[in-house]
Write a protein of this length. Structure first.
Length: 502
């Protein structure tokens, strides 16, 4: 009964003309961003953050959430039509989706992606409604030691699950933590590492500038370097409704993909991306028609798309209940909450019930909007894919600059934007992901605050982190995760050393 009452609060919050409009705008914009290769939800949400300051907190977060899960759907459109995934999670969809388009089954592939996305998104929303409140109640029992250890575990998980070199991921997290120390001391208010620049006294508020620079501006520079050739083979799309046989073939893959994506989406890192790869691999192994995978198997579209969308939505669980971002987009959502004066964490569900339940209900509604809107608008997305990038990037650049300047009307922020845009490009060339840096910057101040509170409470005794059972368990999990990842690397170095010695 309590769940129904809470969902009633959510429906009451969402079903106003303003919030319905922002939900629709979010999913439409998200789909558009997913369709345009080279942008992605992280860069878009970073660019739109300044616009949300004048909105009510519920409206702004409903719109930002819609952009995120809308982009997951939009990315599949270009993956299927052009073999050019608009979003990282759609890479797997391209394997069979593009082959289906080449075989004249583009409509069927797009419909499969839409059905899988809607079902997975709806199930994931139910899971959030069921499991988020108990998790939040449990998290309310956490003191400073437990919160510190939870954030350590979150940072270690972002390192373990990052793509590429482990050393690069560690370096990015440390750099993010160091940037988080710039500004006024959390407890004493003394300026630290500000170089006597008054603009850096509240450097933690520069989160939007860093995000827009690293993801928005850095992404533009990378895309200018790598020119995409966009040739849309399919000019007219027909046969959008799958046959009864097709529905029979995709039912089990959609169910399995939804389950896999829902679980992996909760993990810090790139849960939705991992879910898509895992779902595709499992389908290929258990399918009776494994030889068709990579040649246009409809199951190869249904499973990863379902996993991708389920993972995108369950990634809201740690953000809403614990205040821990599971990926860069969730870090931006936490940044949006902080800028709106809301303290992220388990208290959100009790202090701001209309916000919490409003976001959950808006996700279900947003998935319905995606299903109803996107299939009739395929023609529009096809035309958008063909927009030349030399016309697109100046508009994005101007949007970034105006957005950053509007934060504090400070010229200094424009220079910071340029600096972090260049840094984002350089880091990409070095093979370093900027996402762990952003997570480190967001969690750093909270990590420091809880560390110092725990040490004050224990009168300087660090053993408090190991004597509290929950804290000790999470630190042990963090240590085990690092050891598991490091063992193959250490073994490889030992083998190389023996070969050199021999």
């Amino acid at each position: 009964m309590e769940l129904l009452a809470n969902l009633g609060i959510g429906f009451e919050t969402v079903f106003t003309w303003t919030n319905l409009l922002y939900c629709l705008a979010g999913v439409f914009l998200g789909t558009m961003i997913g369709v345009l290769p080279g942008l992605g939800p992280t860069a878009t949400i970073a660019m739109l953050l300044p616009m949300t300051f004048g909105l009510p907190p519920v409206s702004s977060l409903i719109m930002l959430a819609g952009i995120y899960y809308g982009s997951q759907y939009g990315g599949s459109t270009t993956a299927i039509l052009v073999n050019l995934p608009g979003e990282a999670g759609s890479v797997v969809t391209a394997l069979d989706g593009y082959q289906m388009a080449r075989n004249g089954q583009a409509g069927k592939a797009l419909a499969t992606a839409a059905i899988g996305s809607f079902f997975a998104g709806s199930v994931a929303t139910v899971l959030i409604a069921l499991f988020a409140p108990p998790l939040a109640d449990m998290a309310l029992q956490f003191g400073p030691p437990e919160r510190f250890s939870l954030m350590v575990l979150g940072l270690v998980a972002s390192i373990v699950l990052a793509h590429g070199s482990l050393l690069h991921a560690v370096a990015m997290v440390v750099l993010g933590l160091l940037l988080g120390t710039v500004g006024s001391d959390i407890i004493s208010g003394t300026p630290r590492f500000t170089f006597d620049l008054p603009e850096l006294y509240e450097a933690r508020d520069k989160f939007v500038v860093i995000a827009m620079g690293m993801f928005g501006l850095g992404e533009i520079i990378r895309n200018l370097e790598d020119e995409h050739t966009r040739s849309v083979m399919v000019k007219k799309i027909s046969g959008l409704m799958p046959t009864r046989e097709d529905l029979k073939r995709i039912t089990a893959p959609i169910l399995r993909g939804t389950a896999i994506g829902s679980v992996l989406g909760i993990l810090p890192g790139s849960g939705s991306i991992m879910g898509a790869f895992a779902a595709y691999s499992i389908e290929k192994k258990i399918s009776k028609n494994a030889k068709n995978f990579g040649k246009g198997a409809i199951e190869g579209v249904a499973a990863p798309e379902s996993a991708n969308n389920a993972g995108a939505q369950t990634s809201f669980i740690p953000m809403l209940t614990l205040g821990i971002p599971s990926n860069p987009v969730m870090a931006l959502m936490i940044g949006a909450m902080i800028l709106q004066g809301i303290v992220p964490g388990p208290s959100v569900i009790t202090d701001h019930p209309s916000l919490f339940w409003g976001i959950i209900v808006s996700m279900w509604l947003g998935n319905l909007f995606l299903l109803v809107l996107n299939l009739p608008m395929i023609g529009l997305w096809v035309r958008m894919i063909m927009v030349p990038y030399h016309l697109l990037f100046p508009a994005i650049l101007a949007f970034c600059a105006i957005g950053v300047f509007s934060l504090n009307n400070a010229e200094f922020d424009i220079y910071l934007l340029a600096l972090f845009g260049l840094a984002g490009y350089v880091l990409a060339k070095l093979g370093c992901e900027p996402a762990p840096l952003l997570l480190g910057f967001i969690l750093g101040p909270m990590l420091e605050e809880n560390l110092r509170q725990a040490m004050l409470k224990s009168r300087g005794d660090p053993s408090v982190f190991f004597t509290e059972p929950i804290s000790a368990t999470m630190l042990a999990l963090a240590a085990a995760s690092m050891i598991v990842v490091l063992l193959p690397m250490l073994r490889k170095k030992r083998e190389e050393a023996f070969q050199e010695g021999g």
